[in-house]
Each structure stands twice: as C-alpha cells, then as structure tokens.
Design a protein around this ligand. Structure first.
Ligand code: DO4
Ligand code: MG
Length: 281
C-alpha cells in the first residue's frame, strides 16, 4: 500500500494513493493511523484499508508524516565515507572507521519542524556556499523500532560547514527545511526487498540538468534492522519517527545547490521526490 497525506477539507489527512488518485482517510493523519494500528494490533496497511473512504480525489501527496523525531545514519555507503575522508581538513580515516566498525554513525536530524514534503522548498543555509542534496531511503518506525514502511528522503546538508570541522556537523545537518520526505510511504508488505532499489538523483538549473547520479540500496553496508537496533540502544525513540539510512550518491561541488535548483530523487517502487532549493535564514 502507498500511504501519504493530502490537504483535504482544510486539514492534513492521511490517504491511500492508487495511481493518480488519493482515497482520503477522514479525520486521521498518518501518525494517528500508526497509533491506532498499534493499539489494535493491526498492520498499518490493514488499519488504513479499513478506514479509507471509497471515493477518489485527484490530489498530490504532501509530507507523508509529521515525524515525532527524525534520525539519520551516515557513512553507510562506501561513496559517502571515502568522499568525506578525502575532504581537506578532516582526520584521515575518520569516516572509514564508522563505515567499517559495528557501531554506525547516527545523528539527530530534527523533528517535523524542519521537514518539508514534495514540491516544497528545501533549505540552503544563508551561511553555506556548498550545500548538497543527500538522497536516501528512509524507514518509518513503529513501537520498538518496527519498520512499518519506506519513503524517500533528502538529507540536505551544508557540506562546507561539516568540512570546516566535523564538530560543526549538527549545524551542517539541522536547520530550517533541511529534510524532505515523500512522496508516499510504501508499507513493508509491498516492498519485500528494500536492498534491491535503484535510486537516481538529478539537479536541474534553469531547465538544464547539471548533475545526475545513481546508486542501489544493494550497496548499503548495513542491515536496516541493525541501524534501528543501534538507534534504539538506551534511546526510546517514539513510534512515528523516521530513520534516514545514509546517502550513496555524492554530488560534485560544481553542482552545489543554488536558489531555484530543482532536486529530483527517484526510486521506481516509491516514486519521485522533487523540491526546489531556497535560501533560509
Ligand atoms: O558524517 C557525516 C554525515 C554522513 C551522511 O549524512 C551520509 O552518509 O548520508
Ligand atoms: Mg546523509
């Protein structure tokens, strides 16, 4: 099942997406659905299916969930670890270590406050000259870290600020509109192999494609359940949180985001997450 949220009768409302159309689930957000499905011991798809209206609306998906918390993993793909180690000014092997060792890099990315959905602007910090998109697969978490579904994420990051000093990582990662999610949540029953997803990312400036990259989740160096296991160690992350699994696509510096650039992330099984960049203060 493909679940997301729409603006319906003036309210953010959960909806099942079938083709171009949405079947609203009146009076529920996706977070409400997660809570009720857990109370009733049903799967998210069962719960949504039992509450959805039968009529269809031609509406586009918005932010698919207002996440309680967003966490993110880093250096889970070799490309991300080696790029960061090669950067001037960081300790040699610093990132290779977390790529290799059992404990993954996990950082707090924010709350619903910093999240945007499809079509909304992603942020370029006013004090950054090299902000890059980080296209990632994201996990929607239920109680005790159950993986309820998958969506796409853009872990937008000010790489120049991280590059200056790794201790600046929180400032490079967490700021207004730093995280895009969507377009839909594909429930786990509909995506039996999350390690076989082809992902592409393009950046288009004034109608011209200036960057194109691709990866596959088969290159992810960790089991997703292990990432969740580490996230939950001594850390009671609430149901309805989201975990980003790391980027395998590294954008080149000549494609550093500028205001108006369109970033499009695609995974055929999930859809397309497209956002224009804008400066945030
Ligand atoms: O270590 C810095 C962050 C890495 C990251 O966000 C990623 O690899 O996706
Ligand atoms: Mg990332």
């Amino acid at each position: 099942m493909k679940l997301s949220q729409i603006k319906w009768r003036g309210k953010v409302t959960a909806a099942i997406f079938e083709g171009c159309c949405a079947r609203p689930i009146p009076d529920y957000t996706v977070l409400d659905l997660i809570r009720r499905s857990e109370l009733e011991g049903k799967t998210l798809a069962e719960m949504a299916g039992s509450l959805a209206s039968s009529h269809k609306e031609e509406l586009s998906p918005m932010l698919p969930i207002q996440p309680r918390e967003v966490w993110a993993c880093g250096c889970t793909y070799e490309t991300s670890a080696s790029f960061r180690d090669a950067e001037h000014g960081t300790r040699e092997g610093f990132y290779a270590y977390v790529y290799r060792e059992p404990r993954p890099e996990i950082f707090f990315k924010g709350t619903a406050r910093v999240c945007v959905g499809p079509g909304q602007a992603i942020g370029i910090r006013v004090d950054s000259r090299f902000t890059a998109p980080e296209p990632e697969l994201a996990l929607i978490l239920g109680s005790r870290g159950a993986i309820l579904g998958y969506t796409l994420a853009n872990d937008v990051s000010a790489w120049d600020i991280e590059r200056e000093n790794p201790l600046y990582l929180p400032q490079s990662k967490v700021y207004n509109a730093c995280c895009s999610l969507g377009p839909v949540i594909v429930t786990t029953d509909e995506l039996p192999d999350p390690y076989a997803l082809d992902m592409t990312c393009t950046i288009t400036r004034n109608g011209t494609e200036i960057y194109s990259g691709q990866t596959s989740t088969s290159r992810l160096n960790r089991k997703m359940e292990k990432l969740v296991e580490y996230l939950l160690k001594a850390n009671s992350v609430p149901p309805g949180s989201v975990l980003l699994t790391g980027t395998g696509i590294i954008v080149t510096e000549d494609a550093a985001l500028q205001p108006g650039d369109l970033v499009t992330i695609r995974v055929p099984e999930i859809g397309e997450l497209a956002n224009k960049a804008a400066v945030v203060e």
